[in-house]
Design a protein around this ligand. Sequence first.
Ligand code: SF4
Ligand code: SF4
Length: 336
Amino acid sequence: MSRSCIPEPYSAGIFLTYKCNCACRHCLYACSPRWPADWISEEDAGQVLAHLAQAMRGKYPFPGRVGVNDGLHFTGGEPFLNFDLLLRLTEKARRLGIPTLFVETNGFWCRDDATTREKLRALKEAGLHGILISANPFILERIPFERTRRAARISREVFGSNAIVYQGFFFRQFEQMGLSGTLEFEEYVRRAGHGMRYAELLPGGRISYKLTHLFQHYPARRFFGTSCRAELIREWHVHVDNYANFVPGYCGGLSLGDARDLPALYRGIDLDERPVLKALLTDLEELYRLGLAHGYREREGYISKCHLCLDIRRHLVRQGDFAELQPTEYYDRLED
Ligand code: SF4
Ligand code: SF4
């Protein structure tokens, strides 16, 4: 039997939901308003948080200091769509002693100063250490920039240096452009498209279907001979979704197993039961062969190995029952 052990994570994110008020063209997790309003249950979250608290214990010399790849973050989807749940999970995480805790948001809810301040203070009192506010040309298509600015200003007031704007480059660029309201991506490119050189875009997820024109294309064979072991089996910035799937890093639509029982994953997962994962841990060519065996046909080109991987997985999920391709709805939401 072929097995692989998952290491104890020292940093992780928990998706409260895949539902989002936006459907950004660069979203790795294919979030959108069309997902059902499924939220992580407090019972599941409690089990996952308890395991994560144990895995993180003693690994943070400066607890409470926020960094993108440190500690635990609540994310999605948009966590502020269910503020009460976010608040209760924050309290739970604090009680369990999670060393560093922040939330990621697109800032849609920052419609006025008073409400923004009230919510952020309530979260801080509940035990949240910081916040990450998204700023980029795709968010700007849906979120009026004045809300992002308000989110950043009041977050700094409440959380000080633990308020992160990601990416800071775009935030400063939008300020210099004097933007307010929203802006279509094509208009942004026309006016200030040189900024895209600084975009930290991971060429996977929805990008593979919505933004391929920004990238050069290659035949599938260019990506043969590489495995994804480093991305799949790692201890930093892993995710657990609201269905308790253990999502490796940035690989949306893949599940290493049930995160409510993390110790079972540390002991090892059976790869013979998960042929897609087994192929990805070996060589992208193996995944390609698996795809061909199930009727997959090569596209004209791929922008990255993640595009190739995702396109094959999207085909496979329609062909059969693959336990590691979860949640299956992810594959339906890629072109939202
Ligand atoms: S990138 Fe963020 S804001 Fe955009 S759809 Fe995904 S979760 Fe929502
Ligand atoms: S190719 Fe697939 S498994 Fe590998 S990093 Fe990209 S999305 Fe993840």
